[in-house]
Structure formats: C-alpha cells, structure tokens
Design a binder for this molecule. Structure first.
Ligand SMILES: [Ca+2]
Ligand SMILES: [Ca+2]
Length: 195
C-alpha cells in the first residue's frame, strides 16, 4: 500500500514537473533565457528567433553587421566555490569541423583563460546545398540564405581560482570562415555552484 502510494506520488510529481519545465533553479547564481529581454550583464543585446526559441545572437566575427562575440560579466560570486557554466549553443548554417576545409571553432574564456573549445560540429548538408540539412532542428532565414540550425548543450567547469574578487568575465566567441552562411546564438545560459 505504502509502495503504491509512493509510486502514485512520484508519478504525480513527475507530471507536475513536466507541466513546469522551470528554467531557473534555486541553485542558479545566474540564469537567462532571453524570453523577455537580455540581462544587463551581457555586452550584446540582440535577440534572434529560432522558431519558438528566443536566443542571444546572431553572432559572426566576419560580418560587420553582427557582433563577433559576447561577454557575460558576473559579480558578487561566492568565494572559494567551483562553479559550472551551462548553455545551449545554437549553430546556424553549415559549420565545418577541425580537419575540414574552412573549419570553424567556438571558445569560451573565463577571466581570459580558455575554459572551453568546440571544433567538432554536428552540422551536415547534402549535395553542397544549405537547404538540404541532416538532423537539423529547423531552418531559419538569414538575409538571402535559408540555413539549418543545430543545438549543442554545453557544460563547462569553472574552478574556484578563476574567480577574481568575486567577479568573472565570460567571453563567448567563434572564429568562423563564412560571413553570410555561418552564425551562432546562445540560450538558457546558467551559472551555478558546481554539484
Ligand atoms: Ca530562449
Ligand atoms: Ca566554416
């Protein structure tokens, strides 16, 4: 009886949890989903819509009309605690992985130290045609291009020693080769004390 009750209670809790995906968690020191604007801690404020998703972007280091990257400045962080950074990286267009021609790379620096490098990407197209995507989440129009987009969930450990006087500057940047066919955006950016 007690077991059945416990199972029923668990199912109920799971059902309630499913109803409320609850982005911000109690343990978050910082969270941004860009649904109703961009927090002041970000150095760039443009928001781009990827179907139902509102994300910070688009970024492209070769395109003068787009920012190259973005800095997130956090202050009054707890002393002596390892932190973790999580975010969803949206890759728009056909990014090439390391070893391919016109390869691209994405990095995160924390107080000027590189803490994350991504140089393998899931973006695939067929027949050299941007609109023939493989496993893309969807398609978006950017100027005259129709481009697929892919999501990469990222988790980065931030050792306590990286935090200087309670402050942390997180620099997100990508070195791209195409100015009109490759972009990126960020969503659900979260910083919390590491578990
Ligand atoms: Ca969002
Ligand atoms: Ca490229």
């Amino acid at each position: 009886m007690a077991v059945r009750l416990a199972v029923a209670l668990c199912s109920l809790l799971l059902a309630v949890a499913a109803l409320f995906p609850a982005p911000a968690r109690a343990t978050d020191l910082f969270f941004a989903d860009f649904q109703s604007g961009v927090p002041a801690q970000f150095s760039e404020k443009a928001v781009f819509r990827l179907d139902n998703i509102k994300a910070l972007g688009l970024f492209n280091n070769k395109n003068r009309k787009r920012p190259s990257g973005v800095t997130l400045t956090l202050e009054q962080l707890p002393a002596g605690k390892p932190l973790e950074l999580r975010f969803d990286l949206y890759l728009v267009g056909n990014w090439e992985s390391r070893g391919q021609r016109l390869s691209d790379r994405f990095t995160v620096h924390a107080n000027e130290q590189q803490v994350f490098l991504l140089d393998q990407f899931p973006c695939k197209i067929l027949n050299n045609d941007e609109t023939q995507t493989v496993d893309a989440l969807g398609m978006v129009v950017v100027k005259e291009h129709v481009l697929g987009y892919w999501k990469v969930p990222v988790r980065v450990d931030l050792p306590a020693a990286l935090v200087k006087d309670g402050a942390l500057e997180l620099d997100f940047y990508a070195k791209l080769t195409g100015k009109g066919t490759e972009f990126w955006a960020l969503d659900d950016v979260r910083v919390r004390v590491a578990e």
